[in-house]
Design a protein around this ligand. Structure first.
Ligand SMILES: [Zn+2]
Length: 267
């Protein structure tokens, strides 16, 4: 379908699994409806929220679209270092909804094509009446501290030089606190105590909800998992790695809280 932009609305255009941005604008995203031409063909469109009192549209462009001069497309991960927190959050919501749209087209019980639910942001099966909500996968992320040191590690798929706190998915039947204890045991061979909730963040890669915790080292010797952990180390304020997670991530908020606490304790 031809996209006919609403001049007052804001647009998140997805194209080939990337987001169309205006690299020269103060806010690279979203694109204003008034600045969009009418030469876009959309394969999917929905309103997913409001920004500055105006509707936010998620539009997926057909694969063979050609972007007009001045616009370019970037993956969401690449954008985490250049979006504001508010826009990252809205873009993450759009990304999760688009991922769900593309991966939930049939009923997982009976195989019938699902339809949009008339009242809720959900899909329903016209044959067996199952209702499907957008999939959200809970995961924990934890900062483990030992005295004036924080445990940082890197997995083999991280960008070169990047270290972060530990994270892992919640398994069926598990409380998130149990996930914290199990993951730290499995990934680095340590036991932790005093697990405390810190805060949460939607993390759209592709549809996680990160539940943040702090914990204290209890006992054990650092033994990084041979496949999942490339390196793990205890770091004090003076020997933190040069590359840490994007400021938009809850990982960064956890590390910042450690840095702030340590700075307060300095003589
Ligand atoms: Zn069904």
């Amino acid at each position: 379908m031809n996209l006919i932009p609403d001049s007052k609305a804001y647009y998140w255009l997805a194209w080939q699994d990337k987001w169309v941005i205006n690299p020269l604008a103060a806010e690279k995203l979203p694109l204003s409806g008034s600045a969009l031409g009418k030469n876009f063909i959309a394969s999917h469109q929905q309103v997913f929220g409001t920004w500055r009192g105006q509707p936010c549209y998620l539009v997926e462009l057909v694969e063979n679209s050609v972007l007009p001069d001045g616009l370019e497309a970037k993956g969401l991960r690449a954008l985490t270092y250049s979006l504001s927190e508010e826009i990252f959050s809205l873009t993450g919501r759009a990304a999760q909804l688009l991922f769900w749209e593309k991966t939930h087209q049939f009923c997982s019980r009976c195989g019938t094509a699902v339809e949009l639910h008339p009242q809720e942001r959900a899909k329903h099966c016209p044959a067996c009446h199952m209702i499907f909500y957008p999939k959200i996968t809970p995961a924990m992320i934890v900062l483990v501290q030992r005295g004036n040191q924080v445990l940082l590690s890197r997995s083999p798929h991280f960008a070169q030089g990047l270290y972060s706190v530990q994270a892992g998915f919640v398994e069926a039947g598990e409380s998130v606190e149990e996930t914290v204890v199990r993951e730290i045991r499995e990934e680095v061979g340590l036991e932790v105590k005093n697990v405390r909730y810190f805060g949460s963040q939607a993390w759209p890669f592709p549809s996680s909800l990160m539940l943040g915790f702090t914990a204290e080292y209890a006992w054990g010797e650092l033994r990084p998992h041979p496949v999942e952990i490339e390196d793990a180390r205890w770091c004090s304020l003076d020997d933190l790695p040069a590359l840490l997670p994007s400021k938009l991530s809850i990982a960064s908020r956890l590390i910042k809280s450690f840095i702030d606490q340590q700075n307060l304790l300095r003589p």
